[in-house]
Ligand binder design. Structure first.
Ligand SMILES: [Zn+2]
Length: 108
C-alpha cells in the first residue's frame, strides 16, 4: 500500500521514505498534498493556470508564502507545487506535457 511522508509530502512505496529516511509513515489519502514540481516565474503562473483549468486544486509555495518558504528563501523566485494525491497522476502528466511542449528550454 502506498504510504505518505508528511515531512517531504510525497507518496512512498516501501517502509521508509527514500528522501528523508523517515519510518513514521501513514497510509496516503486522496487529499494529501504531494510534491509535483518546482518552477520559477513566470512559468509557475502558467502551470498553475493549466492545472486550475483541469480542476486540479494546486497549492503553490514560494517566496510570498509562509513556513516552508522561509527554508527555501534563497530561491525567492521559485515556487513549489503540491497537488492532492488523487490528482497527482494527472498533474504529473500535465506537467510533463508542459515541460516537453512549447515551454521547453525555460532553463535559460
Ligand atoms: Zn520523507
Amino acid at each position: 500500500m502506498t504510504q505518505y511522508c508528511i515531512k517531504c509530502r510525497r507518496p512512498v512505496e516501501g517502509e521508509s521514505c527514500p528522501i528523508c529516511g523517515r519510518k513514521k509513515l501513514r497510509p496516503i489519502t486522496g487529499e494529501d498534498a504531494c510534491f509535483l514540481t518546482e518552477l520559477k516565474e513566470p512559468w509557475s503562473d502558467v502551470l498553475a493556470e493549466i492545472l486550475t483549468q483541469e480542476d486540479i486544486p494546486v497549492l503553490r509555495q514560494g517566496a510570498a508564502g509562509v513556513g516552508l518558504a522561509a527554508e527555501i528563501g534563497m530561491f525567492p523566485e521559485r515556487h513549489q507545487f503540491f497537488v492532492p494525491y488523487a490528482c497527482l497522476e494527472k498533474g504529473q502528466a500535465l506537467a510533463e506535457a508542459f515541460f516537453s511542449g512549447n515551454y521547453a528550454g525555460e532553463n535559460e
